[in-house]
Structures are given as structure tokens and as C-alpha cells.
Design a protein around this ligand. Structure first.
Ligand code: SAM
Length: 298
């Protein structure tokens, strides 16, 4: 069954009595080369377990099932479940779960799905998804912060979001999410996709990005929550200097100590947070944590 053929998509949906649901970001791929390329590039080990978010009618799912040991797909739209049972009937290495990915307990879900009964055991786990635009950043944050040691996360996102996720420090696209991803791994753009590759065609173009997660974080942190507090504080108040932004977030930290730490790192004390790399945020938070911790000791 050619799942990228618009007539086939309309036919299987009509048989199930469903329509495209805009509120779920349903734009299905109709260029068959795109799911093939994504599936080829999303993971390195054919023995991987692939978590797919939002299989739609199953065009990407089928390509993944042909290349990897197992695919665990999570789809929010209950109406698509019978469609997927039909379109993926020939694959015995695919499971489809009807759920909102934001409500799935990923460590235990993936433990159940993996061969060893333990996510992150010997099974490499990767994520591959054509993400719904309305919820891209929350899904990415959830994947990064859920504690599952994913090998790679490959997602199709709006082209502008791809630019943000891959931006370098000092560029206008560089934001909190860029720096957070930089803590967990390295990110690169794989390729662009025009809006004409989807049914219905969205108003924006897309791009596929791949994040390769570090096995061990390359930054030694005194305190992980404090590091993320500094990082989010810097971007919540982008227009302020970093010293003022950190001081607003952590009022008990003396401004002169923040300025001193920046100077010790050979950075201008009036610098803005958007110019710092993840490594520099790590060094800064390690300098400031003992001082902040001291001010909060009773
Ligand atoms: N993978 C298909 C493709 O590439 O043609 C469909 C991609 S479509 C852009 C996004 C898919 O994600 C839809 O099937 C939609 O129903 C599903 N979806 C949206 N929000 C979701 C959520 N919170 N959890 C799981 N699936 C979701």
C-alpha cells in the first residue's frame, strides 16, 4: 500500500470515518522519498528500538519497521488506530499505543517495549517523529528530561524552529532550548522539506534535525538544577545584561560576585546571556553555585 499516495490516504481515512484534525497538527507526508530518508538517517543500529511519536497513517512507521528491530508508535488520535491496524498489518515488529505522548511515562513504557525489559539496557533506543508543530518544544523538553538514555532524537520540525535548535551562541535564533539541547547532545540539520510534501499542505516549510545524545554529560556541574536556573534566567530576560538577569532570578547573589565570575572567565561583565556557549554557562554556574548556596544556608 503506498501510504504517501493522497488517494490512498483519503481512502483509508474515509473507510475509518475520520477527517484530518488540524488541532493535532495532522499534515501527512505525500512525498515517499521523505520518510525513506528520515528512516535511513535517524539511527545507526538496526537493532534499535524506535519510539515514533504521531504515526499518522503510518508512512514513516512502515519505513522504520523495515529498517529497525522494533517500532513503538504513540498516536493521540483514537480514530487513526484502526487505520494503522490496516496500513501496518504486514509488520509484526510495530506496536501502536493510543495516547498523548505528554502523558506517557516514557521510562516504564520503553522498558516494557524493549527486549530486556529495561530501557537503556542493551537495547539502543532512538526517537523518530514528524512532530506536530503545536507542541514541538514541550515534546523535545520531555524527551530530553525524562531520563531515558536515547541514542538519537530525529524530528521533523518547522524550518524556523530547526534554525533555532541549531543556532550558534550570539545569533538571534539562539535561545534557551538551543542551550538546553547543547547540554544533552549535539544537533545538526539533516535536510529541508517543502510544504508541498504534505497533505494538507501546511503554511510553513519544514526541516529534519538529529540530536546525538551524549552518553555522559561532558560538563561537570556542581548542581544541575542551579545550572538550568541560570540558563533559563538568562533567556527569560534576554534584554538585560546577564548580571542583571541572574541577579533578578537569584536576588541573594551579589551582583559584584556575578560580575567577578564573568571577568574571571574573560567575559565582559555587561555581556548578555545569548552570547554564552553551554560550556560557559556550566563554568559560570559552577563559579556561582557555592556563593549562592552559602547565602541560602541557615
Ligand atoms: N508521521 C505522520 C507523517 O509523517 O505523515 C504524521 C505526522 S503529523 C505532522 C503529526 C502526528 O502526530 C499526527 O498523526 C497527530 O495525530 C499526532 N499527534 C499530535 N499530537 C500528539 C500527541 N500529543 N501525542 C501523540 N501523537 C500526537
Amino acid at each position: 500500500m503506498n501510504l504517501c499516495n493522497p488517494a490512498v490516504i483519503r481512502e483509508v481515512m474515509a473507510r475509518a470515518g475520520i477527517r484530518f484534525r488540524h488541532e493535532y497538527g495532522q499534515n501527512f507526508l505525500i512525498d515517499p522519498t521523505v520518510p525513506q530518508r528520515i528512516a535511513e538517517m535517524c539511527a545507526d543500529d538496526p537493532e534499535s528500538l524506535i519510539l515514533e511519536i504521531g504515526p499518522g497513517v503510518g508512512s514513516l512507521t512502515a519505513e522504520l519497521a523495515q529498517r529497525y528491530r522494533k517500532v513503538a508508535a504513540v498516536e493521540i488520535d483514537r480514530g487513526l488506530i484502526p487505520v494503522l491496524a490496516e496500513t501496518l498489518a504486514e509488520y509484526d515488529n510495530v506496536t501502536v499505543t493510543n495516547s498523548d505522548i505528554m502523558n506517557v511515562d516514557l521510562p516504564s513504557f520503553l522498558a516494557e517495549q524493549s527486549r530486556e525489559g529495561e530501557a537503556g539496557g542493551d537495547t539502543k533506543v532512538s526517537v523518530c517523529a514528524n512532530l506536530p508543530y503545536y507542541i514541538t518544544t514541550p515534546i523535545l523538553m520531555r524527551l530530553l528530561e525524562c531520563g531515558v538514555p536515547f541514542s538519537t532524537i530525529t524530528v521533523m520540525v518547522q524550518k524556523e524552529v530547526a534554525a533555532r535548535l541549531t543556532a550558534k551562541p550570539g545569533k538571534s535564533d539562539y535561545g534557551a532550548i538551543t542551550a538546553v539541547i547543547g547540554y544533552y547532545g549535539t544537533v545538526r540539520k539533516l535536510f529541508d522539506i517543502p510544504r508541498s510534501a504534505f497533505l494538507p499542505a501546511p503554511k510553513v516549510d519544514s526541516a529534519v534535525i538529529r540530536i546525538d545524545l551524549y552518553e555522559k554529560p561532558p560538563f561537570q556541574l556542581c548542581d544541575v538544577p542551579f545550572f538550568f536556573g541560570i540558563l533559563h534566567g538568562a533567556f527569560e530576560m534576554r534584554r538585560k545584561t546577564l548580571t542583571n538577569a541572574i541577579s533578578a532570578k537569584y536576588p541573594s547573589l551579589p551582583k559584584q560576585e556575578i560580575a567577578k565570575a564573568l571577568t574571571a572567565m574573560n567575559l565582559d561583565e555587561n555581556i548578555r546571556g545569548e552570547r554564552l556557549s553551554v560550556a560557559e554557562f556550566a563554568t559560570l554556574s559552577n563559579c556561582l553555585y557555592p556563593i549562592w548556596h552559602g547565602t541560602n544556608e541557615t
